[in-house]
Write a protein that binds this ligand. Structure first.
Ligand SMILES: Nc1ncnc2c1ncn2[C@@H]1O[C@H](COP(=O)(O)OP(=O)(O)OP(=O)(O)O)[C@@H](O)[C@H]1O
Ligand SMILES: [Mg+2]
Length: 335
């Protein structure tokens, strides 16, 4: 029927994106909710709420309801999804009761999948279909996932890193680790506290990562002035930090990602190994934007590593495009 709309949602730990086949990406906001601490009313979501993190009076809390790739607070996530639906409809989307496809991390438990599905239903979806995040990432990166060749995807998000080898429409080998960009931010906070006795907030840590975060490769050193609270005096303090220190601080986490990639490649059937050598690995997700990551991974695993065209949008685009397959399945099952 003409009016039956379908949308794809990348319900990410760090960012939520909504894709419609006809309009492309129609919403892209940080997964943050600001609410009244007492009444629990939602005051702001997305960028507006993210700008409040760590800066609100006690009566307002800015929360990220998803952590480590899964829903940590079900009610707040549902509130966030309802507000997103309201915005899409207010902007003329006309998506009353859409069919929704949403991605889940490969390592999500059945309870976690259920929570994602229930939260999406609560936003007013007519039906909810779940797809695994790396499959969505591969489709969004325009890999020929339905051909009998190895498509290798590494999606480094805020909460999880998903690695999968996909061939002939299915996942042949995969690994999901709860290590992503958020953990790198936490590592930076811990490092600055330990080295300088200065406490910084999450947003500052993220900025440091984006500016000074390098994979373990030689690079021209950069520095940055940062502001935090001196833990000894309790007063504000400015310190200058360098990219070399941050590089050291985050290298262990990046090595965890590397080990997970190695493990997945080792589990790959021998027949597909040749494809991986020829076609390489495709990187998606915001965490893949760490300076020098592509080059470093190439040097460590001796397989070409490429960046997807829109690494932060691949999952949302792929979730949306996967609808075509799913609609075909729906027709077959008579829905
Ligand atoms: N230029 C950049 N350099 C380094 N990291 C970046 C950059 N841009 C974004 N990031 C990081 O990417 C992460 C968000 O990526 P993405 O939107 O793919 O995650 P997500 O899909 O929300 O998370 P998940 O898939 O784990 O649920 C954040 O940790 C963010 O700090
Ligand atoms: Mg993601």
């Amino acid at each position: 029927m003409f009016g039956s709309t379908t949308i794809g949602i990348d319900l990410g730990t760090a960012n939520i994106l909504v894709y419609s086949k006809s309009k492309g990406i129609i919403l892209n906001e940080p997964s943050v909710v600001a609410m009244d601490a007492h009444t629990k009313d939602v005051l702001a979501i997305g960028t507006e709420a993210k700008n409040m993190i760590g800066k609100t009076p006690a009566s307002i809390v800015a929360i990220r309801p998803m952590r480590d790739g899964v829903i940590a607070d079900f009610d707040i996530t549902s509130g966030l999804l309802r507000e997103i639906m309201r915005r899409i409809n207010a902007s003329g989307g006309g998506f009353k009761k859409p069919k929704v496809v949403v991605c889940t991390p490969t390592g999500a438990t059945s309870v976690e999948r259920r929570a994602i599905s229930d939260a999406v239903s609560s936003m007013g979806a007519r039906s909810v279909v779940l797809i695994e995040e790396p499959v969505a990432a591969a489709i969004g990166a325009e890999l020929p996932v339905d051909e009998p060749i190895a498509n290798t995807i590494v999606d480094i998000g805020g909460g999880t890193t998903e690695i999968a080898i996909i061939s002939y429409g299915g996942v042949v080998s995969s690994t999901s680790i709860r290590t992503g960009g958020d953990h790198i931010d936490e590592e930076i906070i811990a490092y600055i506290r330990k080295m300088y006795n200065v406490l910084i907030g999450e947003s500052t840590a993220e900025r440091i990562k984006m500016e000074l975060g390098y994979a373990p490769i030689p690079h021209a050193e950069a520095t940055m002035e940062i502001r935090g609270r001196d833990l000894l005096t309790g007063l504000p303090k400015v310190v200058t930090i360098s990219s070399n220190e941050i590089q050291d601080a985050i290298s262990e986490l990046l090595n965890r990602v590397l080990e997970a990639i190695r493990l997945t490649l080792e589990k790959c059937p021998a027949e597909l190994s040749g494809d991986i050598v020829d076609r390489g690995i495709i990187l998606t997700g915001g965490g893949a934007l760490i300076h020098g990551l592509q080059e470093w991974l190439t040097s460590q695993i001796d397989v070409p590593v490429h960046m997807a065209p829109n690494p932060m949008e691949s999952v949302a685009i792929g979730t949306g495009k996967s609808l075509e397959y799913i609609e075909k399945l729906d027709k077959l099952s008579g829905k």
